[in-house]
Design a protein around this ligand. Structure first.
Ligand code: MLT
Length: 402
């Protein structure tokens, strides 16, 4: 079951003298959308059934664009954190006529009893809001290596396996999966991400690599062009250490070969604590502006919101597990010289702040025969920020392999 989206119309009496939806009315539209969502789920009496009331403790609203009388706004709501007595919801309002993102909001609630004392969040509510969405068309789940992994697979021909970065999922590659005609495109949610299982324990680079090998076995795919972005690149290095014979080409995108420096390892531990204390939304907050180029943030708030929503939906065990796996990864620099004979393309966004272009020149120079492509205008996530360019660059590389 997915949380229903709610369409609400903006009326003239909710607007100011210049015709814009005013802030007080916007607040009540957000609230109406939440009640309507409950009416279509566990019932509007989900709180009163347990003698509880959701008291708002904190609200943050970002207004992205004005709304006018007659606009129909589509409200989507997601549970981003859930404690014993408190919970946090993120809501977005998008105009249906042009898909423009109008506002995003975060509400922190504490459930209180009639004496004002904190009381547990009703179980029906938590279950309703935490329900995992059904798999979208084209995505299937397969149990391999002890976990159920969500995989999107399209097309026929030589296979390319896409491995996403942290804390994202297979939708990072949506454009490439949709458009790389002539190749079998396989995009997977690593364990702990997207629609895959998120066990409490058992995350490491070797485990991710073993999951991928087991997935390829299940799909009866012998070898692939392996394409990993950032953490996906770390996974690709581990896969090469273990399953070199299954890789016929390599794409390393916005990534690095060296291990974490001591201060980065300490920062990983702080992020693990942050995720456990405050949930995925707190992690998303620290990352979204670093992942995307300044121009993407300015001109494409819908994409920024999509990236944030993906991060916010990532299960906390998956986040904590990936952080520990990245913290403990070995230095892959010694591997690079041994990749002679493996066709390799290194790709980086021109404005990638997290893994800057200079590092990629060095990376490409260390792999015999590797080529480098810099994607103009993109930050750390070129497949989303410059989808056509990345698909074109990958198509040319794949065709060059014959
Ligand atoms: C990623 O984009 O996958 C991660 O940010 C990489 C990292 O934190 O090292």
């Amino acid at each position: 079951m997915t949380t229903p989206e709610i369409d609400l119309t903006v009326y003239p009496d909710e607007c100011d003298a210049f015709g814009h939806l005013n802030q007080a009315s916007f607040l009540s539209l957000f609230e109406r959308a939440r009640w309507e969502m409950l009416a279509r789920g566990p019932g509007m009496d989900v709180f009163s059934r347990q003698d509880a009331w959701p008291a708002v403790r904190r609200t943050v609203i970002d207004y992205h664009a004005p709304a006018f009388p007659g606009d129909v706004l589509r409200f989507a709501q997601a549970l981003t954190h859930h404690g014993r007595t408190s919970f946090t919801m993120r809501q977005t309002a998008q105009r249906t006529s042009d898909d423009r993102l109008i506002a995003t909001a975060e509400f922190v609630f504490v459930c209180i009893d009639r004496n004002g004392r904190p009381t547990p969040v009703p179980r029906d509510l938590a279950e309703f809001l935490s329900a995992r969405p059904a798999e979208p068309p084209g995505v299937s789940r397969m149990t391999v290596n002890g976990v159920s992994l969500a995989t999107e697979r399209r097309g026929e021909g030589p296979a390319i396996l896409f491995v996403h970065g942290y804390p994202l999922d297979r939708t990072l590659w949506a454009h490439q999966v949709a458009h790389l005609e002539g190749f079998q495109r396989i995009a997977v949610d690593l364990r702990g991400f997207g629609l895959s299982d998120a066990p409490d324990l058992g995350y490491s680079l070797p485990t991710y690599a073993d999951d991928l090998a087991a997935l390829l076995d299940a799909l009866q795919v012998d070898d692939v062009v392996l394409c990993g972005l950032s953490m996906g690149g770390y996974v690709a290095f581990e896969f090469l250490r273990r399953y070199r014979e299954r890789v016929r080409g390599l794409v390393l995108m916005d990534t690095r070969a060296d291990a974490d420096a001591p201060e980065v390892r300490r920062a990983r531990d702080q992020q693990i604590a942050l995720a456990r204390d405050q949930g995925a939304a707190a992690i998303a907050e620290t990352m979204v502006t670093r992942l995307l180029a300044p121009d993407t943030l300015r001109h494409n708030p819908t994409l920024a919101e999509q990236v944030r929503a993906t991060m916010v939906a990532t299960p906390v065990p998956g986040i904590a597990g990936a952080l520990a796996a990245m913290r403990d990864r070995p230095d892959s620099t010694p591997l690079l010289g041994s990749l002679e004979g493996l066709p390799t393309l290194v790709v980086v966004g021109e404005h990638d702040e997290m893994t800057p272009p200079a590092g990629h020149e060095a990376l490409a120079a260390s792999i015999p025969g590797a080529r480098l492509a810099v994607i103009p205008g993109a930050g750390h996530l070129p497949p989303l920020e410059a989808p056509e360019t990345v698909t074109r660059v990958l198509a040319a590389f794949l065709r060059s392999l014959g």
